[in-house]
Design a binder for this molecule. Sequence first.
Ligand code: NAP
Length: 401
Amino acid sequence: MYALLLGFPLSAPMAAYGKMSAGAKLAYGETYPIPTPGNMHAWFSNLPSNATCEVLIQVAYSSVNPSDRSPTMAINDHYPKPAGSDVSGIIVGTTAGGCKKLKVGDAVWGDIGPNTMTVSGSKTKQLGGYAQFAVALDSQLSKVPEGMGLAEAGSLPKVALTSYKALVWYANLDTRPMDERTILVLGGSGGTGTVGLQLAKKVFNATKVTTTTSADNFDYCRSNGADELIDYKTTNWWEVVPDGSQDIVYDCVGQSGTGDYAVKKLKPGGSYVTITGNLAIRVPPGVSQHSFINSDTNLGSANLLEALASFKDVRMTSLKTYNLSDVDAAFAESATGQVKGKLVIKPPPLSEEGRRAAIDLWGAEQPVEARERGLLRGTDRMPAGFPDVTRAGARLTRPES
Ligand SMILES: NC(=O)c1ccc[n+]([C@@H]2O[C@H](COP(=O)([O-])OP(=O)(O)OC[C@H]3O[C@@H](n4cnc5c(N)ncnc54)[C@H](OP(=O)(O)O)[C@@H]3O)[C@@H](O)[C@H]2O)c1
């Protein structure tokens, strides 16, 4: 039907490979079909009940999360797709009948990197933020918070959802008595740590927030809510934080041994939550510990994003922008482990012709129930006659052996 490159710079290298750890390569300069409307309903078996429609988003920004660099998540799939979890942009199409809360023209944000299951029972991952267009369920998105720019909105979803779940779902920060809100955030200057500090101090009014970071980031962490700072390069936090002094320890670093040190720092009733490290081997009575994967619960996060949007103090206070064509350099910077705040990714501009073609694809008359068309069902393959509208993007690939 269409054979268009959406303003993709044809002079770009067809495969610019970054120095990836663990054997993954990053390929930028590829093009991908835009999934047809209804494709997610046909493809995934575990859709949440609050998914009322699918939308086509013209991507403004995505971002780099450490997991976006992981070689295992994007390459074991059945058809090539762009990498990238976070997305901000403008809705340019919806499935037939529209959505309950969102409409064409809305600026939205969301994390489109959940772990999912195909209708034929394989584990997969959605992804697709590193591209000119992305497709998502309305249950994964909400409107960009008032007064927030699209770059900031593209940086926040995964780190904000993760820190919210860590502190509220697992550590019950929101319902703890006000005198039981003493918190240690390990790694306060990264993406998750930034939001962890803000939620602790500015949203849930913690009495004392301690964090670990390097001395260069002390001012940054103070501005986000830290009261006490420990330079991890000169001081081991477990040697200076008194035992039994914290209600919550939130670990965004994952150093070896953290769990066993952390549980000793907790008061009775305290919670240790790690998003990246090991749990304690010996847990003292009266305290709890948790680890979780945000991506396991992210197909229906619209309500959490709405809550986060209402917290005016949840912001990304340090941003650095890379063009999608330089995504390998952004990955290399992220891999140093020294990013303050977030790195955001900006896709190449669209030609008007390409933009119109994509919108026409999604605006065309659509079946009421995509599943009935048998798209992808049981085959995990692209259906024959898949429309040939493409988008520029970047993905992780396995290296040639
Ligand atoms: N479980 C989940 O669902 C989930 C979700 C999101 C992220 N994660 C994981 O959580 C971790 C943090 O993610 P992120 O996005 O926040 O990473 P990030 O932004 O890349 O974190 C970088 C920050 O970590 C700080 N840092 C490095 N080593 C440190 C240490 N020993 N002590 C204190 N701070 C240290 C750095 O500070 P300096 O520059 O001062 O050194 C830098 O500001 C990653 O491992 C990520 O994969 C898990």
